[in-house]
Design a binder for this molecule. Structure first.
Ligand SMILES: Nc1nc2c(c(=O)[nH]1)N[C@H]1C(S)=C(S)[C@@H](COP(=O)(O)OP(=O)(O)OC[C@H]3O[C@@H](n4cnc5c(N)ncnc54)[C@H](O)[C@@H]3O)O[C@H]1N2
Ligand code: MOO
Length: 410
């Protein structure tokens, strides 16, 4: 059996970021920026008002207070979006809305609440009386005070977040150069599988793994381009692999990799130079990987075991880092310390990754297995309760209640 870290290193060998594609901003959410980008627009792009109120020259209202109000004529209305050149005549005020360009000559905005004018929709008044004013420059947002044209605002390697999308739009972009989203094909294998919701006849079970893998792949930023099922014949599986490889950057299979007489994924994979190995973990011991070649394409394939919890755990440990590397980022699972709220039997001589529920108590972060049969690899129905995985060293055969345990938040 090989250690988890060694298998991860093997599976990441030769995986590099996918090519750069110009992608519309919203479609780029979750991808990784491939090039540094300078601001093409300043933020703000022009000096404007931060408040609904009146633009003035500070010297015309200096010294105003409730006992010494100042009255000025109002020359015009300036709404957000107003174009053209506007200049404030000396000794005048202009009614101005939040985001409207400050007229030339004005240097200060007095908010409407500090005047005799009622806030909200009103006709343009002929005059305005100020009862209070801020400092010179109050309520004015200067052009470029956030960033200026030419400032480096978006950097290669950054993840495209909602905030990054809005920053990119604000500095003049409508698309971003990002690493292509990994395209994933999912194949589940086994004669026992039927589509979910169908009536089962003897020995059959619903195919939950292909959905689990597809949903995990989407959750971790991939696009699922193919989902197929194959029985236990190598010819049928080879055909499904061919279809999967047509459009995918990564093929993920489940099942058929252990010691069964009909473990077709392993049998076919071995013929095609795949590597199958036992990883020192529970669940998820039997694993395989290789490349499927068809029509001039050579597509990476990862063969996960069939047990659903094994799929979940091995996707987390091995597939997520591969997807991250293809997407242009590196990923490390962070562990924190937790306390076992109950005792449980762990795997003998394999590192256990047990699905657990964590909750904060006065003792700290306490974890409990999602099921009394902690970590058994077929227990898919109780898996959704998991908030994370408890990582139990291979030498520990029993986790004592109250002991300190490494915890991976999902
Ligand atoms: N003699 C041995 N037998 C087994 C060993 C071993 O070392 N020696 N390892 C066990 C371990 S550990 C695992 S994990 C499993 C892995 O088996 P396979 O990858 O070959 O998977 P299958 O046999 O095809 O299926 C295992 C299990 O999972 C169910 N399954 C499969 N596909 C799906 C699906 N798409 N949706 C839902 N459930 C699925 C399947 O019905 C089986 O119950 O091998 C052990 N055996
Ligand atoms: O390694 Mo298997 O996934 O324990 O059942």
């Amino acid at each position: 059996m090989i250690p988890v870290e060694d298998y991860l290193a093997k599976i990441l060998e030769g995986v590099s970021p996918l090519p750069t594609v110009q992608t519309p901003l919203l479609d780029a959410l979750g991808t990784v920026v491939a090039k540094d980008l300078e601001a093409q627009l300043a933020v703000p792009p022009f000096t404007n008002s931060a408040m609904d109120g009146f633009a003035v020259r500070f010297k015309d209202v200096r010294g105003t207070n409730p006992d010494h109000p100042t009255q000025l004529p109002v020359q015009e209305d300036l709404a957000a979006g107003v174009g053209g050149e506007h200049a404030l005549k000396p000794g005048n005020a202009a009614r101005i809305m939040t985001g409207a360009p400050l007229p030339a000559g004005a240097d200060t905005v007095v908010k409407v609440e500090d005047t005799n004018i009622a806030p909200g929709p009103t006709d343009l008044p002929g005059t305005v009386t100020f009862y209070q004013v801020g400092n010179e420059g109050a309520n004015v947002r200067a052009k470029g005070e956030d960033v200026n044209v030419g400032d480096m605002v978006i950097h290669a390697g950054e993840e495209v977040t909602p905030a990054l999308i809005s920053a990119a739009a604000s500095v003049g972009y409508n698309e971003l150069p990002v690493h292509a989203r990994p395209r994933v094909a999912v194949i589940s294998t086994g004669e026992e599988l039927v589509a979910p919701g169908r009536e089962l006849s003897g020995g059959q079970i619903p195919d939950s793994n292909s959905l689990l893998i597809a949903a995990l792949a989407q959750t971790w930023g991939a696009e699922v381009v193919f989902r197929g099922r194959s029985g236990d014949s190598p010819e049928a599986l080879a055909q499904v692999y061919d279809q999967a490889a047509e459009q995918a950057d990564l093929i993920i299979t489940s099942g058929g990799v252990s010691a069964g007489a009909f473990d077709v994924v392993k049998a076919l994979g071995v013929e095609h130079g795949f590597e199958f190995t036992k990883v020192c973990m529970q669940p998820g011991k039997p694993q395989g990987h290789g490349h499927w070649e068809t029509g001039g394409r050579r597509v990476k394939a990862i063969n996960l075991p069939g047990n659903p919890v094994s799929v979940f755990v091995s996707f987390t440990l091995f597939v997520r880092p591969v997807l991250a590397a293809m997407a242009g980022r590196s990923e490390q699972l962070a562990t924190t310390h937790a306390i076992a709220a109950t005792g449980w039997k762990s795997a003998r001589n394999r590192r256990q990754y047990a699905p657990v529920v964590a909750r904060q108590t006065d003792r700290g972060l306490e974890i409990t297995p999602t099921h009394v049969l902690a970590g058994k690899s077929h227990m898919v129905a109780t898996l959704p309760r998991a908030t994370g995985l408890a990582l139990i060293p291979a030498e520990t055969s029993f986790v004592d209640e109250g002991s300190s345990v490494a915890y991976i938040q999902l």
